[in-house]
Design a protein. Structure first.
Lengths: 388, 418
């Protein structure tokens, strides 16, 4: 059966329309993924940015006899319900440490409690009507204000939302990452050097290679089980500490560093090795003096990316007990500590509404650090990458 | 004395011995050379060999001793062990320095030492895998001694109940009620994984097709890293996002459609997990589609097929092994994902086909079992390892199948960079 030109061209049109449709649909899919990203970031910014501001209130502090036993007595009874309890608790301590204060009084800005804070930010609050009127009056007089929340960066966790900060978690993260790097970096680089430069191609080498690829794909929570069963129960490493957390994360980061290092070593051209061998270097001298320095930028990039990955990891740390209430900044690798993602997890579980913005604020800090790390890695690669 | 102080002293003395070895070795070699004798190696190499001879055996002996102590419970006092190691270090120092002779190949000796150190480092990754395997299997076996394997695999009721009483020696008070049937947990896991895949596979695959086949190169260089950002966001952040933002939205949407949804429904964590997994699928599929040989596209276009038909009937079928492999990796990732489900999915084991109900997953139960104040010996704590064992087996086999698929693709088209 023969077809007329009209039929054929209409068929062609149809086929081309279909082709165009695929293009638009696939473009839409990419756009959808981009939209997800946009939605996520705008949501986090909207929820988290208010956390960097905190309500403060100007009060008359009267250091009298009663206040040395119960801090609340130093304040006007109406206002004292609006002030953070952490401040009230500190008054007797201050008087005890500094007896001259007794009998004096001063006007100062102090931390308001979470309810005032939430009211000022227009969120749901638990103030009663009188208190709302009072806060409005104070606001008109300029005695209540939203100020930059330095507290958030200078204190540890607290049961009171207005006084809680991320410092102890940030310090914990730094210590944990130090342990992770100290273990994963040398072992990872040495493994990669062995596999690329020294190892003969035999069964043993293949076994190691399969192992590494496999380790990279194992769910992170299983590393937590390993940490619990081997490090804590068997070797007796103290629980909840940066030491055990860092060791667990090091095993997770190891495959990332190994794979990155191998790629970097492989990109060093063989002519360099031949030249070095030609002037009489031994294998180790070739690696140490020529191949490793040339591969260093690639190794650093991979390590930073692995570090960023470890920094955001939570599940294995929960298993080894690093989700703990840590109000004070830790000072040693064998003391209980918490890390930023674990702090976020803890805050996300708090029933009080004011913790939602703390959580989102912590998330913003964590994301900023991660973006900074990844950007560093990209810049390192751009700057030092050599095409041979 | 405390173990910490002992260790510090040990390291200090060892460092000192190492320094002595270095300078003694170098001085002796320099002396020999100054006397006009030709030597096989440089003075510094003799010095480093002396250091290796001092520290290497001592550390090895110390490590083996410590390991034996932990593994076999052999009672070697730490003091004697470390003192013994130091004696060995001193002997090593003497041997090392006495080896500084003109006809000794110090460089080759160092080379051998370094090779062993590197092999040792490479062994760590093997130890890790076996460590995971043994720790899980060992504890899981203890669990299966208390509760039968068959009930664990086929039981439909997960109710640890008062099983912790048994570990406390009060079994008669209610431990009989404990039931460990893992089917509801796996049902929940697969439900959430399925939802995640429903989001991730279409979006990821179509994005990959767009980036590989349609997009101008400028869009491509911009879109790829942007998508990677999705993979770099920590899972705990996704968990918060799912619980605070997405779950209420799902509840409202479901309410609008007249469906009753729980706040910890399975859809919210599923969708968010899907978003997280998009870049895994898109970036691997993109690589695979790119490595389908251009001759196949040209052949198809030459026969008069449109671009869309070429993609659908030629490129995608050719890239299918790679795409399946990417999807399997994504599934294995979704099965083991923990934080999103811990924060956004339910705690109640619930065997249901309705994704708007709350349900729990394997990883949630593992976390729940190991974060309580329970005795480690209790059946509930050990059940976490049994669940971990199944998780390990499933993800391992998915990974292996995925690797096999990609290898087949690679061999078929002789692609080397995948």
């Amino acid at each position: 059966m023969s077809q007329t030109f009209d039929e054929i061209s209409s068929q062609l049109r149809k086929r081309h329309r279909r082709s165009a449709r695929l293009k638009w649909i696939s473009m839409g899919a990419l756009g959808l993924a981009g939209l997800f990203l946009l939605w996520f970031f705008s949501d986090m910014l909207g929820k988290g940015l208010p956390a960097f501001q905190q309500a403060q209130i100007q009060v008359e502090v009267d250091y009298n006899e009663d206040a040395s036993r119960m801090g609340r007595a130093a304040l006007d009874p109406d206002l004292s319900r609006l002030v953070s309890r952490t401040f009230e608790r500190m008054i007797p301590v201050q008087i005890r440490e500094n007896p001259e204060l007794l009998g004096t009084s001063e006007t100062r800005w102090v931390l308001a409690n979470a309810q005032v804070d939430q009211y000022l930010k227009g969120h749901r609050h638990k103030l009663n009507e009188q208190q709302v009127v009072l806060v409005d009056e104070l606001l008109a007089e300029g005695r209540v204000e939203l100020k930059f929340n330095t507290n958030f960066f200078t204190t540890g966790d607290s049961k009171m939302a207005e006084a809680s900060g991320i410092l102890s978690a940030a310090v914990g993260t730094v210590m944990t990452m130090l342990v992770t790097l100290a273990i994963a970096f040398p072992i990872g680089v040495m493994t990669a050097v062995y596999l690329e430069e020294f190892a003969p191609d035999n069964r043993f080498t293949q076994l190691i290679e399969i192992n590494i690829n496999n380790l990279a794909a194992i769910p992170s929570i299983l590393f937590g089980l390993l940490g619990l069963a081997i490090f804590i129960n068997f070797f007796g490493v103290p629980r909840s500490t940066p030491l055990v957390g860092g060791m667990t994360l090091a095993l997770m980061t190891l495959p990332v560093i190994i794979i990155a290092t191998r790629t970097a070593l492989r990109s060093v051209p063989d002519s360099i090795r031949h030249a070095a061998f030609g002037v009489g270097c031994s294998r180790w001298q070739v690696v140490r003096d020529h191949v490793l320095p040339l591969a260093m930028p690639g190794i650093m990039t991979g390590s930073i990316i692995g570090l960023a990955q470890a920094m955001g990891e939570t599940a294995p740390l929960i298993i080894v007990g690093m989700v703990a209430f840590i109000p004070d900044v830790g000072a040693s690798f064998t003391e209980a500590a918490t890390v930023l993602p674990a702090q976020i997890f803890t805050w996300a579980g708090e029933p009080e509404k004011a913790f939602v913005e703390k959580t989102a604020g912590g998330i913003l800090v964590l994301l900023t650090i991660l973006i900074f790390l990844n950007a560093t890695a990209v810049i390192l690669r751009k700057k030092f990458e050599r095409r041979w | 004395m405390q173990t910490n102080q002992l260790l510090a002293m040990f390291s200090g003395v060892l460092l000192l011995l190492g320094l002595i070895a270095f300078f003694l070795g170098r001085a002796k070699a320099a002396r020999v050379r100054a006397s006009g004798t030709a030597m096989y190696a440089q003075p510094d190499q003799y010095a480093w060999f002396a250091v290796l001879a001092t520290a290497g055996p001592a550390i090895t002996v110390g490590a083996i001793g410590a390991f034996l102590m932990l593994l076999l419970g052999a009672e070697i006092p730490t003091l004697y062990l470390l003192a013994g190691s130091l004696v060995i270090a001193a002997i090593g120092l003497l041997v090392g320095v006495s080896q500084v002779k003109p006809d000794f190949h110090a460089r080759q000796a160092i080379e051998r030492g370094i090779r062993w150190v590197l092999v040792g480092a490479a062994m760590i990754s093997i130890f890790t895998t076996f460590g995971i395997l043994f720790s899980i299997i060992f504890e899981a076996l203890r669990f299966f001694k208390m509760h039968s394997f068959w009930d664990f695999i086929t039981g439909t009721v997960w109710n640890p109940g008062a099983s912790f009483l048994a570990a406390a020696g009060r079994a008669e008070e209610g431990a009989t009620g404990a039931q460990f049937g893992s089917v509801p947990l796996f049902a929940g896991t697969f439900m959430i994984t399925a939802i995640a895949m429903l989001v991730a596979i279409p979006v990821g695959l179509l994005s990959a097709i767009y980036m590989a086949e349609f997009a101008p190169s400028r869009v491509r260089t911009l879109a790829k890293p942007t998508l990677e950002v999705l993979a770099g966001i920590p899972t705990v952040v996704y968990g918060f996002f799912a619980a605070i933002t997405v779950a209420p939205l799902i509840v409202d949407l479901a309410g609008f459609l007249g469906i009753d949804a729980a706040y910890n429904n399975a859809v919210a964590p599923g969708v968010v997990m899907g978003i997280m997994i998009i870049p895994f699928i898109s970036s691997l599929s993109d690589d695979v589609i790119n490595s389908v040989p251009d001759s196949m596209r040209q052949g198809s276009l030459a026969l008069g097929m449109t671009k869309g038909e070429t993609i659908r009937d030629v490129v995608i079928p050719a890239a299918l092994p790679g795409i399946i492999s990417a999807s399997l990796l994504a599934v294995s990732r979704a099965l083991g994902e923990t934080m999103i489900v811990v924060m956004a999915a339910g705690m109640r084991p619930n065997l249901t086909a309705n994704p708007f109900e709350d349900m729990t997953t394997v990883t949630v139960r593992i976390v729940a079992a190991l974060t309580g104040d329970l005795e480690f010996e209790s059946a509930e704590t050990l059940s976490a390892f049994a669940l971990g064992l199944v998780l390990f087996a499933v993800t391992l086999s998915l990974n292996l199948v995925s690797v096999l698929m990609i290898r087949r693709f690679r061999e078929k088209y002789r692609v080397n960079n995948l």
